[in-house]
Design a protein around this ligand. Structure first.
Ligand code: CU
Length: 481
């Protein structure tokens, strides 16, 4: 009996403590948040995002989204018929706050060929709105929903065949900000990855049709940010200034591939994992599933071009999943020195090591110029070790990534420039055989003789102009730089 009384007492105390604890946190049921007034939602095409919600109260938010089927450019010379929410891939960015009552009108342009609908992952309701939004060309449908959960959500078309509608670009992001909004940052951008499947192989020119078999096999021809190769490179790069904080709203439309999202040379200070409340800090690469998203932010401390990639890296360099963040401002040598010192490294057995004297062997290494045939043979070996991965076996390069060396007008026009590129590297836009390339070639650590040999090999291969590049020419270019 005594034990029973004690038990009841302890239970009562425990209950009291528990209830006190839960009373401390004031729970607002988002469903109960009253709306005050009506406003039209600002919708933006990538990489832009609408203005932050800040402190605004929950409202009736009118979203008017138009579906457009239109031909666009996948990459130079390759066209594709995109199906879009609002005329862009990804579709228009929608920015809401928790408690908003979103009145969503989806209109299907009369020139379109197909019916579509929308499934927003931010919606609590059947099909995420899909069942209420199925709309034929020349029609529109309106439905409404209350945003109950803060976070970054994917939306997409869910009309059969669903995979095909998504593969053609029908996805985008809707942000539901918490009460009071997300913390302020200096720059915000909208980036969404997608994988594309075309009848022709990567780079095959012309209007390319969707390839269902490749899509089913998950054998993507293009993996890109913001709907096309180069949407975020060169003049399209996103920008920031040293000292600013940058927030990226990153989604993955799929339809198939998970993104290993990474910014080369930066570390994410914060990642809203999977677009939800969980915040991870100091992250190198974040995994973004198909149909998922993440919010990342970081401060940019040094100037330069920071490359955005899917770190499943062949997708970045061979299929298009590469973007750029260009940061301007003052260098800080304490944080990043740049090259401090350079020299030639000659390990044992290195290429300039003198050959052991085998009696009747003639000095071949240091007796000035080799014969043309010897230079070409030596150059071919150097090419295979140093240049092959990017410029490929027959100098054909990689479309949209690395320029060709075969029949290259750029190469044949100016041998001194070619020497300089090998000696010093080359970054930025160049036009080769009428095509624009914007990539990075690092400076090559070759001796003057090796530079002469490899260039002689290249100039004497693949219909180039057969220049014999002399060591003295390399030295001359070096001295004038
Ligand atoms: Cu659709």
């Amino acid at each position: 009996m005594k034990h029973l009384k004690l038990g009841i007492l302890l239970f009562a105390i425990a209950a009291l403590v528990t209830s006190c604890k839960s009373d401390k946190k004031i729970e607002i049921n988002p469903a109960e948040i009253a709306i005050k007034g009506t406003m039209e939602a600002e919708l933006t095409a990538p990489p832009n995002v609408p203005a932050p919600v800040g402190n605004r109260k929950a409202k009736k938010l009118l979203v008017n989204m138009e579906i457009l089927e239109e031909t666009g450019t996948m990459t130079d010379g390759v066209e594709y018929v995109y199906w879009t929410f609002g005329g862009s891939v990804p579709g228009s960015f929608i920015r809401t706050r928790v408690g908003d009552e979103v009145e969503f009108t989806l209109s299907n342009h009369p020139d379109n060929k197909l019916p579509h609908n929308i499934d927003l992952h931010a919606v609590t309701g059947p099909g995420g709105g899909a069942t209420s939004s199925f709309v034929a060309p020349g029609h529109e449908k309106t439905f409404s929903f209350k945003t109950l959960n803060p976070g970054l959500y994917v939306y997409h078309c869910a009309t059969a065949p669903v995979g095909m509608h998504i593969a053609n670009g029908m996805y985008g992001l809707i942000l539901v900000e918490p009460e009071g909004g997300l913390p302020k940052v200096d720059k915000e951008y909208y980036i969404m990855q997608g994988d594309f499947y075309t009848k022709g192989e990567n780079g095959e020119p012309g209007l390319q049709a969707f390839d269902m078999k490749k899509a089913v096999d998950e054998d993507a021809d293009y993996v890109v940010f913001n709907g096309k190769v180069g949407a975020l490179t060169g003049d399209n790069a996103i920008t920031a200034n040293v000292g600013e904080t940058v927030r990226l709203f990153v989604g993955n439309g799929g339809p198939n591939l998970t993104s290993s999202f990474h910014v080369i040379g930066e570390i994410f200070d914060n990642v809203h994992v999977e677009g939800g409340d969980l915040i991870n800090t100091n992250v190198q690469t974040t995994s973004i599933p198909a149909g998922g998203a993440a919010i990342v932010d970081f401060k940019v401390d040094v100037p330069g071009t920071f490359i955005l990639v899917d770190h499943a890296i062949f997708r970045a360099f061979n299929k298009g999943a590469l973007g750029m963040l260009k940061v301007k401002g003052k260098e800080d040598k304490k944080l990043y020195s740049g090259v401090k010192q350079e020299g030639i490294y000659h390990p044992e057995g290195g290429t300039l090591q003198e050959m052991p004297d085998d009696g009747n062997k003639k000095e071949v290494v240091k007796t000035g110029e080799k014969s043309l045939a010897e230079k070409i043979a030596s150059g071919k070996q150097i090419y295979t070790k140093t240049c092959f991965a990017c410029h490929q076996a027959n100098g054909e390069g990689i479309p949209n990534a690395f320029p060709p060396l075969a029949k290259s007008d750029y190469l044949n026009a100016d041998v001194k420039r070619a020497i300089s590129v090998v000696l010093h590297g080359k970054t930025g836009e160049i036009t080769v055989n009428g095509k624009l390339y914007n990539s990075v070639m690092t400076k090559q650590t070759l001796t003057d003789e090796e530079v002469a040999d490899v260039l002689t090999y290249v100039y004497n291969s693949w219909d180039n102009n057969k220049t014999n590049v002399k060591v003295t020419m390399v030295q001359e270019v070096k001295s004038t730089h």
